[in-house]
Design a binder for this molecule. Sequence first.
Ligand SMILES: NC(=O)c1ccc[n+]([C@@H]2O[C@H](COP(=O)([O-])OP(=O)(O)OC[C@H]3O[C@@H](n4cnc5c(N)ncnc54)[C@H](O)[C@@H]3O)[C@@H](O)[C@H]2O)c1
Length: 455
Amino acid sequence: MGSPPDTSKTIKMERYNSYVRRINSTKLLNASSKLLFRATLLIALVLILFFTLNYPPLFSDSSHHAPIHRHSFLSTTADFFGGASWEKQVRHSATPRRPNGFSVLVTGAAGFVGSHCSLALKKRGDGVLGLDNFNSYYDPSLKRDRQGLLAKHQIFIVEGDLNDAALLRKIFDVVPFTHVLHLAAQAGVRYAMQNPQSYVRSNIAGFVNLLEVCKSANPQPAIVWASSSSVYGLNRENPFSESHRTDQPASLYAATKKAGEEIAHTYNHIYGLSLTGLRFFTVYGPWGRPDMAYFFFTKDILQGKKIDIYQTQDEKEVARDFTYIDDVVKGCVGALDTAGKSTGSGGKKKGPAPLRVYNLGNTSPVPVGKLVSILEGLLNTKAKKHVIKMPSNGDVPYTHANVTLAHKDFGYKPTTDLSTGLRKFVKWYVSYYGIHSRVKKESEVNSEHPKGSAA
Ligand SMILES: NC(=O)c1ccc[n+]([C@@H]2O[C@H](COP(=O)([O-])OP(=O)(O)OC[C@H]3O[C@@H](n4cnc5c(N)ncnc54)[C@H](O)[C@@H]3O)[C@@H](O)[C@H]2O)c1
């Protein structure tokens, strides 16, 4: 019998080989993890670079309550911003259909005043292109519905922000606008205490951005823009006239509008831009703004909720010069018609250009208590009134417009009194929100308030 084979060597060899295999597989694992890590890092860097270049943050403040929608994808049939079909839509919307018609860029076109003005201009044959960021300061679905209404009249709204210089330049490359009706803004007096930066961004930075693009455009457009009666602030002279002092704003909103008036002066002075500021006085009507008292009073009265009615500190009634939307639209169109040309080109002034400011009010202030009683009659419902002292939130106790200047220069003459205007508003409100109970039938309401009664 031979001696058993010596296996110890083989075992050692196998152990050694398995050790080497383990080392190799660990090395392989390490190498592949490194490779994976590097690839992930590279992909992450590429993605960061891509998003930084394509989606620059418009605003750095995270407290911004109104999300900004990027313009790249348009909500209708357009393709990417700047693409051929987008340009076609922009051009088609902005082309006038009457001899010597205007080509108007309306900013804030999905807003209350902007949507009404866009329709009025389009109806008389002007070309209208809208711009709006559809922010959510109030229910954006109302803005979308206004957009739908405008689309039915061949008005296209570019979805974008005033602060997007590249977008504005592109729009002006495609269309040689004769006019800009600049209505986009952060509106509302009280919201400025919650989100002050939104006022600075839209009403100051956004306005400057727009003026920068207008000043370089060739031809330079004439600009009509919305200031506000709030610039009169703590002014006590009545009725408010354009010559009164406006250096005591009572809210940040008012301060940004006043800043706008000063900025307008500068761009007129340096670049020869024709600029007309319109000081609107509490505009109301169908398709109005849900953040305004007449609107949310209507909602709350119908829902049986309590409404706060402000009194001044000396227990007087708060009153407003409520101005009906159709009167304001006529004022805007009149201001556009008489704007006069900008004189600059290539960013250089060639001569003096018009610089104007006008009140657009109703010349007939109404106490808020009276507004509520008109609504009670129209809604056939008693309001649960809660009379309180006006908090110090930027509101002023009283507004009253003197419109002599606007009447002299473009025949502005408000013709709608509050009862007539509110009846039209309520009619729209109940139909838009599908509310029919309790509200008086249109025929009954009509017989109480004959149409067209003057202010
Ligand atoms: N309605 C009034 O009683 C009243 C009174 C005085 C002044 N104004 C001024 O009139 C103008 C129109 O007011 P309105 O009642 O129609 O308000 P609105 O809020 O209904 O309309 C403004 C529109 O501008 C858009 N917008 C806001 N910031 C923008 C931005 N940075 N870029 C692009 N779009 C932006 C909003 O989405 C909105 O659709 C505003 O300038 C407002 O300050 C209104």
